[in-house]
Design a protein around this ligand. Structure first.
Ligand SMILES: Cc1cc2nc3c(=O)[nH]c(=O)nc-3n(C[C@H](O)[C@H](O)[C@H](O)COP(=O)(O)O)c2cc1C
Length: 553
């Protein structure tokens, strides 16, 4: 016993001597480092704070850096943070883990705040046995291969590149289990998207990744046909813009362009991947409709476009042209993204200040479709911070046929809103290609969370619908929700955004007399109109346009 005590005493002494030595070294280091830092700070002129407050001024940068991470844990209230507050994130985390999402004591939400949505409860809610499941919706009924789906909540475009391999695998597997679609985003189609056999929407970005003809930077018809030949690819989405950066193409920082991603996109490894800020061959509405017709003709599948809306004049112009060409020329769907949509990387002015949020653009789009009698023909997919049941139900009231979410699914994968998507340092492995950080993301486990999230959000959207007295979510209409105004009182959504009336066709044909279209710069749509669009015409027209473009260069 005494021997053991002696050994312990010896080790203790060694430990104490070591720490004493370490402390002396540290003390000496501090004595040397502080004067050096002091001299550096007062002799530099780049940072005013460091020059005026040498050494101590450096702590400002340190606290600013760590404050970003600590605010959400210690200082922000449940409903305070942006883009998503703790209450919203927690709802998604719990739904994804399939654990109870009930709350005790009372709501922590301020119900008098301007813009708060309140649903109109029915005195006689729909009984469980009277409720019906969401019915099938057909997108592109006139196509050779229309897409028929019951899924109202789906995964919005995020490319393999912006997201990691395990994240794409988890989303793909999760969407297969849940029966929803997964949009590829603009980075092309990878084997990870295909692995589970889920339904896919192929997004055609401005750089045409995945279907690009390397000789003219436009679409390669054979590559497009190859993608379309895959039965998992159910629809094609032409990306005009996304809410996070209207008017700017995709940005994938060089740090995230790995050898595999470079190969899929046909771009150099390690260099920033910057897509053009517009499809070079889509200059106006006529070109857009031509492109839609061309892709639909080549693929036989529904084709739509994704956009942020800035004004209703554009919609008048586009829908006017569709009416002239015939309803068949219309896109099969329009994905409307709110200006507060997410992104992997975007410049601040476009992120903060460009385009309309869904609260304005969604009712505007749905009214215009009704006005031009296109609401049956063109399905509306809404995205933009619709991550909880109430957000999604509100969008359905405003006229959406489907909801798509990107960041909701990132939370389901475990995103902690660290705001590092553009740095390849995502701590949860979702938006990084760093293998060490990806270790934390188990695709099998997270795919279950993705599927749970869909199951629970759809269940609770249904709960809201039943409380409003309708049988299923697609029966929700504007009068089922109200919105709080500046005077603290709420008004129904159908008063704020009255449903528009269908105009007579003759009246619509007069669109070219609208003041803005008289401007010289307005495209001469009547001349551009192709009434019977044929593949041959379109190929020739595109070849001519390319030639023109080259001549102009
Ligand atoms: C990491 C990330 C990558 C994205 N990549 C794309 C993309 O490739 N194409 C696209 O159209 N939108 C992209 N988006 C936008 C989303 O598809 C979606 O429109 C937007 O984030 C709004 O949905 P949310 O609020 O549910 O995130 C991306 C968003 C995020 C967060």
């Amino acid at each position: 016993m005494e021997e053991v005590f002696q050994i312990f005493k010896n080790w203790l002494n060694i430990g104490l001597e070591l720490s004493q030595g370490l402390f002396s070294v540290l003390f000496l280091l501090v004595l040397v480092v502080i004067p050096i830092a002091y001299l550096c700070d007062i002799s530099q002129s780049r940072h005013a704070v460091r020059r005026n407050y040498p050494v101590i001024g450096r702590f400002r940068y340190f606290f600013e850096h760590i404050g970003e991470f600590f605010r959400q844990y210690f200082f922000s209230m449940d409903r305070e943070e942006l883009p998503f507050n703790r209450a919203q994130r927690s709802w998604v985390y719990r739904a994804a883990k399939d654990i109870s999402n009930t709350i005790a004591f009372g709501s922590s939400r301020d119900l008098n705040k301007v813009g708060t949505v309140l649903f109109v409860n029915c005195p006689y809610p729909t009984l469980g046995e009277d409720a019906t499941p969401v019915s099938e919706q057909i997108i592109g009924a006139g196509c050779k291969y229309p897409y028929i789906t019951k899924s109202i909540f789906n995964i919005s475009g995020m490319s393999y590149g912006a997201l990691s391999k395990p994240a794409i695998l988890a989303l793909s597997e999760g969407s297969k289990i849940a029966g929803c679609w997964l949009n590829t985003g603009e980075g092309g189609l990878s084997k990870y998207h295909l692995q589970s056999g889920c339904d896919l929407v192929f997004q055609l970005g401005t750089a045409k990744y995945g279907v690009r003809d390397p000789f003219n930077d436009s679409i390669s018809e054979s590559k497009l046909m190859d993608v379309a030949a895959n039965s998992q690819v159910r629809m094609f989405e032409i990306k005009l813009s996304q809410g996070g950066k209207p008017g700017k193409g995709g940005i994938l920082p060089g740090a995230k362009v790995t050898a595999e991603i470079a190969k899929i996109r046909c771009i150099p490894k390690g260099k920033d991947s910057i897509s053009p800020n517009r499809h070079p061959e889509i200059k106006n509405d006529a070109d857009l409709l031509d492109m839609i017709a061309y892709i639909r003709e080549v693929t036989g599948k529904p084709v739509g476009f994704k956009t942020v809306i800035g004004s209703e004049q554009w919609l008048d112009h586009l829908f006017g042209l569709i009416c002239q060409r015939g309803k068949a020329s219309a896109p099969d769907f329009i994905s409307v993204d709110g200006a507060d949509g997410g992104t992997g990387a975007a410049p601040m002015p476009l992120l903060d200040d460009m385009g309309l949020p869904l609260s304005e653009s969604l009712p505007m789009l749905s009214n215009k479709l009704r006005e031009y009698e296109l609401n049956e023909r063109v399905k509306v997919i809404a995205s933009g911070k619709l991550i909880t049941p109430a957000d999604a139900a509100w969008a359905l009231c405003l006229g959406a046929n489907f909801i798509a979410s990107a960041r909701g699914f990132m939370f389901a994968l475990g995103c902690i809103q660290a705001l590092q998507c553009n740095k390849d340092t995502c701590p949860t492995g979702i938006t990084t290609h760093n293998k060490k950080l990806q270790r934390g993301l188990n695709p099998k486990l997270k795919s279950i969370r993705v599927a749970n999230y869909v199951k629970n959000i759809v269940h609770e959207i249904g709960m809201i619908a039943h409380s409003c007295g309708v049988k299923h979510p697609l029966e929700l209409e504007r009068h089922h929700a109200r919105i709080v105004q500046a005077n603290g009182l709420s008004i129904p959504l159908d008063t704020l955004y009255p449903n528009s009336k269908t105009k007579k066709f003759k009246e619509r044909r007069n669109w070219e007399t609208r003041p803005w279209s008289k401007k010289k710069s307005a495209p001469n749509i009547l001349e551009d109109t192709i009434v019977n669009v044929s593949l041959k015409d379109l190929s020739e027209k595109r070849a001519l346009a390319r030639k023109d473009g080259n001549a102009n260069n």
